[in-house]
Ligand binder design. Structure first.
Ligand SMILES: [Zn+2]
Length: 467
């Protein structure tokens, strides 16, 4: 039995038990206004693909189209929010700020009301000022990237406006499914994986699913997530990687519906094994099957109440590298992007600039009825999802790679351990040094504060638990 049939029976029964007025009242309380829109963002120019420093030329073709999609939501009291999902590596601050400022001016939407999510596909285009120094491209390529980035901003601002047109009454449902193709890439060796019988964690295999149904019960849209790098593919073809294939599989199964993917805290999780289109398709189908299981389940509707909150917390960097160290790296021609990073840092110092010692990091929370959604910036490692679920319960959704992807966001454990996500990736992102070890405590503290402000409560069962 699907949700709507179940709902209809409840409404029908309540008419006899309570009379018509209660029925209408109940039906009103879970009625939302919703609309979806999407725009093709596949580059038409020969742009560089983002995410891998090893690529040596621009894209050669398209495996499947890249999309920006928007789900606009309004609750029974007129509170609004919009979730935008995209097939790009990540929104750098400059593009995100431009989009959000324009949306404030044009549509009176605040930062708390807009989620700009990126899937982190490594088969999407390089966009403005995003990891420029790791790619061996020419100035001519930079001009093309600039043009594409301005066009992308325009597309997304228009998309958001379009999403709020033609809103229709709908009901929302949410739950977590499960799929297990993510592998902790720090604690398992990909080259010996086929012989490994015990995989090492930590992991979070949840598949958060938000479904939107029209009042006649028909599925209108599905927004779902998973915490795992979209790095099955490293070729020269545009694609959304496994999340792209998952969306295509669901759209084939449910024609006429919109499917959207948001990335979770998958910074230290890889889809393994990888590098074959057939594997990207397989993982996409596995994910789609997990989503479909939730779609077919009987769920309660989410009460029509939207709360949104946004804050920024100042995260500190450790002491910057010495000039001697930077000069040493800058003179080493065997380490290409590290050399470019050191040269950039030296240039800043020589120009009299002070290297930044902190960064304003975005945190956002939405509460859709009783479904809490925690939204973090940067490439967040799985420890954060695990920690937030320990505090707020396993039912919450956690998104990462949203609003500003400025670097990796390691946990205290990973900073202690070092490695790529704890240290090396800072150079890839052009940051001056590692984050201070209190980063995890600062972020969790700020999330707790924001949650309190917008009324997202810690479940009573968790208050006295030592879980
Ligand atoms: Zn990444």
């Amino acid at each position: 039995m699907n949700q709507i049939n179940f709902k209809r029976i409840i409404v029908f029964l309540s008419f006899f038990v309570f009379g018509g007025s209660q029925t209408i009242c109940h039906a009103q309380s879970d009625l939302w206004q919703v609309s979806v829109a999407q725009v093709d963002i596949t580059p038409t120019d020969s742009l560089w693909l983002a995410g891998y420093a090893s690529r040596d030329h621009a894209a050669e073709g398209t495996l499947h189209k890249l999309w920006a999609k928007a789900l606009a939501i309004e609750d029974a009291s007129g509170n609004r929010g919009v979730l935008v999902t995209t097939d790009i590596l990540g929104f750098p601050k400059n593009i995100s700020d431009n989009i959000r400022e324009r949306c404030k001016e044009k549509y009176q939407l605040t930062k708390s009301q807009i989620i700009l999510s990126s899937s982190h596909t490594h088969s999407g285009p390089v966009i403005r000022e995003s990891l420029y120094h790791i790619y061996p491209f020419s100035n001519n390529q930079i001009e093309k990237i600039e043009n594409y980035s301005s066009q992308l901003e325009n597309y997304i601002v228009t998309l958001i406006g379009k999403a709020f047109d033609n809103m229709i009454p709908a009901q929302l449902f949410s739950d977590n499914g499960v799929v297990r193709f993510q592998i902790n890439r720090r604690n398992n060796n990909s080259s010996t994986l086929s012989a490994q019988t015990d995989l090492n964690g930590p992991n979070d295999f949840a598949v958060p699913v938000l479904q939107v149904r029209k009042t006649n019960g028909n599925l209108l849209a599905t927004a779902f997530g998973y915490a795992c790098h979209p790095t099955v593919l490293n070729s020269y073809q545009w694609s959304g990687d496994y999340p792209g294939f998952a969306q295509l599989a669901l759209e084939e199964k449910y024609p006429g519906t919109t499917t959207m993917f948001f990335q979770g805290c998958g910074a230290d999780q890889n889809p393994l094994p990888r590098r074959l289109v057939s594997l990207a398709k397989q993982y996409g189908q596995e994910l789609a099957a997990a989503v479909e299981r939730v779609i077919l389940d009987t769920l309660d509707t989410l009460p029509s109440e939207l709360r949104t909150g946004y804050s920024e917390v100042e995260l500190s960097f450790s002491s910057p590298p010495s000039i001697e160290m930077l000069e040493k790296v800058a003179s080493d021609t065997t380490i290409s992007y590290q050399q470019k990073w050191a040269k950039q840092m030296l240039e800043k110092i020589n120009n009299g600039e002070t290297l930044p010692n902190s960064y304003l990091y975005p945190i956002q929370i939405w509460k859709l009825g009783n479904q809490s959604i925690f939204v973090l910036g940067g490439e967040v490692v799985i420890d954060y999802a695990i920690q937030l679920k320990r505090i707020f319960g396993q039912d919450i959704f956690v998104m990462s790679y949203c609003n500003d992807v400025m670097g990796y966001i390691p946990s205290a454990r990973i900073i202690r351990e070092g490695g790529y996500e704890g240290a090396g990736a800072q150079i890839v992102y052009g940051l001056p040094s590692t984050w201070k070890p209190n980063i995890e405590a600062q972020i969790i503290h700020s999330v707790l504060q924001l949650a309190k402000e917008i009324g997202v409560k810690i479940p009573e069962s968790k208050l006295f638990s030592n879980d």
